[in-house]
Write a protein that binds this ligand. Structure first.
Ligand code: ZN
Length: 133
């Protein structure tokens, strides 16, 4: 894994959270995007070399369930990987539980795969690889 690609924060109201993070970070989100595969809305902020992703659910989705159970807060840590399939294979062999067999199309032009928090000390880990055409 090359670096932390972004930190994902679960929020109940994306518009309100956008305003708050814009005040906090001093920049507006550079992108807002719906992720079909997860049924969520996201927005992205850049702070220097780092990225923050705000994620809000739309009812029947993992984010809404997360907020119901644990409240708003840090939801996942995403790592940038050069070859997601290779990394998925490696982690599977190491005994990690992946949440999908194949990479899915995630937000911000990425292939993504999540690792179950139970196999990573309670932290949801996201692998992401830039989609190139
Ligand atoms: Zn993410």
């Amino acid at each position: 894994m090359r670096k932390i690609e972004h930190i994902g924060i679960a929020v109940a109201d994306l518009e309100e959270a956008n305003k708050l993070y814009e005040k906090l970070l001093g920049v507006a989100p550079y992108k807002q995007e719906r992720v079909e595969s997860e049924n969520v809305m996201t927005s992205f902020f850049r702070t220097g070399p780092n990225k923050i992703e705000l994620v809000a659910g739309e009812g029947e989705d993992a984010i809404s369930k997360f907020i119901e159970k644990r409240g708003e807060g840090i939801h996942h840590i995403a790592f940038d990987v050069p070859d997601i399939k290779l990394e998925m294979q490696r982690l599977k062999e190491e005994g990690f539980r992946l949440l999908s067999e194949e990479p899915k199309k995630g937000a911000d032009n990425k292939w993504v795969c999540f690792i179950h928090p139970k196999s990573a000390n309670g932290v949801l880990i996201e692998l992401c690889q830039e989609i190139r055409d």
